[in-house]
Design a binder for this molecule. Structure first.
Ligand code: SRM
Ligand code: SF4
Length: 552
């Protein structure tokens, strides 16, 4: 089959409308090649069940992704997702590493029903995927501080301000239209060809890197003065994780700090940086099309100059920032509001909300959210924070969790607490190896090894992906396992516990069964040689990966 040119599909799509709208009217279980590209902009991917092998006919279904700026949902919105999981999908909700929710196993005939049900709950899927600005991340920790609430609301404002202007989404999913009858103006932000590739942005609070700010195309770090007033944002640009094995032109990259802007300049700087990606991103090679390559190839000085040229105000020098940590916000926390409310962070293994014989997680969450009307906030670590809990309801909530065998953070080892895994098999077409499904067993073995070495209390941050695209942001982890070839992984070590430094390759092509045993040596050396309070990632960076420079 001839490869479809994505730039041509976008140009000829009549504002992301055709041929997707027409494809949805056919009796086929799948879309045309162009339709498959366009549906991504609408928040969905066509997939096949990769567990079905041999001569079995392909089983087509769709992944549908909700775009939730800052990961925040009202109780009703969460319950709508819960209902959709049964009505249209495979009975599970999958929290993502960008604070979204995915459904898997939606058949083509149910796509409209799914999107409509989400829209009815005032949730969009538009721009959750595709060559546009994706879900805008922000630290989701519930707070009563008006300054911080305003920053969290900014994630929604920026998300709305960067939505494609086309009416196609409404026409296709709500009106059910399949005939083009009006002229489409080129999009003011995106033009006719949208961006050369996806664009990701996040807002962080000082010292809190729960959004992995250095891995974003654009990062805004909110800064406050001594009176706790927002004074503006440090601007970071050019981060990204994706790479391709054996292709040196592709690599993960940390964002550079490029300057500081005042609070009301967030939208202008977003439009300017998105504009640079739109105008200078590589439209001939999608593997080399992210903003990080524009900055790497043209240089940071060029980028700053180009950014300044597009801004109606002076880009100021970046302000000093407090050192980052990576709080996961799990457990009970006071919200410090007038009502004396609390929030509870519940760990969700790889973000999969599902009922099993051992743990009825989905039911427990549904019961709590229905009974107490708790807003649900999703973290970038694939966990949930239940907000606005009155002190007198804490006991009943703990009881519901216990009755349904839901593990709380105090019942998890540190390594399990911080672990992340991408979806991988059986739905991801790009997966080379397992990730989410293999993570529980891997963590069992990891915990045994740590216990043997007396290190079970160490908060080591482990991430696993089924391919080098990096959906669980492995390249900033202290330990990462990245799918390399059939059942084999590359081990990366040496990211910092706060996700502010790049990990490096430690060993390549390691069979799954040996992943933990290959770490015994660095772990033993860590136990014996570490400096006081040194984290495993920092130790590996200093002593395992970096050549020791002799002072003689
Ligand atoms: Fe991702 C592609 C899942 C966060 C980098 N990602 C995919 C696809 C859609 C596979 C595909 O293209 O057909 C995966 C769907 C699997 C499935 O069956 O559900 C997929 N990515 C995910 C999620 C669900 C992983 C998770 O376990 O949570 C995350 C959804 C986030 C969201 O709500 O929007 C997810 N993906 C990320 C991240 C992390 C982040 O954004 O913070 C990254 C690394 C950051 C970055 O973009 O640089 C990431 N995904 C990729 C890439 C590599 C892009 C590149 O620049 O090279 C691909 C491949 C592609 O786009 O061609 C990809
Ligand atoms: Fe799929 Fe690779 Fe992303 Fe995992 S990292 S979800 S295997 S694209």
């Amino acid at each position: 089959m001839a490869k479809v040119n994505v730039e041509q599909v976008k140009t000829e799509s009549h504002g992301l409308f055709s041929p997707l709208a027409q494809d949805l009217t056919t009796s086929d279980a799948f879309l045309s090649e162009a339709g498959k590209i366009l549906i991504k902009f609408h928040g969905s991917y066509e997939q096949t069940n990769r567990d079905k092998r041999g001569g079995a006919a392909k089983e087509f279904s769709f992944m549908v992704r909700s775009k939730l700026p800052g990961g925040r949902l009202t109780a009703d919105q969460y319950l709508a997702h819960d209902r959709i999981a049964d009505e249209f999908a495979n009975g599970s909700l999958r929290l993502t590493t960008r604070q979204g929710i995915q459904f898997h196993g939606v058949i083509k005939d149910d796509l409209r029903g799914t999107v409509r049900a989400l829209n009815h709950a005032l949730v969009t899927t538009f721009g959750a995927c595709g060559d546009v600005v994706r879900n805008v991340m922000c630290c989701p920790a519930p707070t009563a501080d008006p300054q911080r609430l305003a920053v969290q609301a900014l994630a929604t404002d920026l998300s709305n301000a960067t939505l494609p202007a086309t009416k196609a989404y409404h026409q296709i999913w709500i009106e059910g239209k399949s005939i083009i009858d009006d002229e489409v103006e080129p999009d003011a932000l995106y033009g006719k060809t949208y961006l050369p590739r996806k664009f990701k942005m996040a807002i962080a609070f000082p010292g809190d890197n729960c959004v992995d700010i250095y891995t974003q195309d654009l990062g805004l770090v909110a800064l406050f003065d001594n009176a706790n007033q927002l004074i503006g944002f440090n601007v970071l640009a050019g981060g990204g994780m994706g790479m391709t094995h054996n292709d040196e032109d592709t690599f993960p990259r940390l964002a550079d700090v490029v300057g500081f802007v005042e609070p009301d300049a967030a939208l202008a700087v977003t439009h300017a940086v998105v504009g640079i990606h739109r105008d200078f991103g590589d439209r001939n090679n999608r593997k080399h099309a992210r903003l990080k390559y524009v900055i790497h190839d043209r240089g940071l000085a060029w980028f700053k100059e180009e950014l300044q040229r597009r801004l109606p105000f002076e880009l100021q020098a970046a302000h000093p920032m407090p050192e980052f940590t990576l709080p996961d916000h799990l457990g009970w926390h006071e919200q410090h509001d007038a009502a004396g409310n609390w929030y509870l962070g519940i760990p969700i293994a790889s973000g999969r909300i599902i009922d099993t014989e051992q743990m009825q997680l989905r039911t427990a969450l549904r019961l709590i959210v229905s009974e107490f009307n708790t807003p649900v906030h999703i973290t970038g670590q694939q966990n949930v924070l239940l907000a606005d809990i009155a002190p007198q309801h804490r006991e009943r909530i703990e009881q519901i969790l216990q009755t349904h065998h839901v593990l709380t953070v105090d019942q998890l080892s540190q390594v399990r607490r911080f672990a992340l895994a991408c979806v991988a098999l059986p739905t991801c077409p790009l997966a080379i190896t397992e990730a989410e499904r293999a993570m529980p067993d891997l963590l069992d073995t990891f915990e045994d090894a740590l216990e043997e070495l007396g290190l079970l209390g160490e908060p080591i941050n482990v991430r696993m992906t089924g391919c080098p695209n990096g959906c669980a942001r492995p390249y900033t982890a202290e330990v990462a396992f990245v799918g390399r070839s059939l059942n084999k992984y590359t081990i990366f070590l040496g990211g910092s516990p706060a996700s502010t430094r790049m990990a490096q390759v430690y060993q390549d092509l390691v069979p799954f069964s040996e992943l933990v045993s290959r770490l015994k040596e660095p772990l033993t050396r860590f136990r014996d040689e570490r400096q006081p309070n040194e984290a495993f990632g920092d130790f590996c960076h200093r002593a395992i990966l970096t050549p020791v420079v002799s002072s003689q």
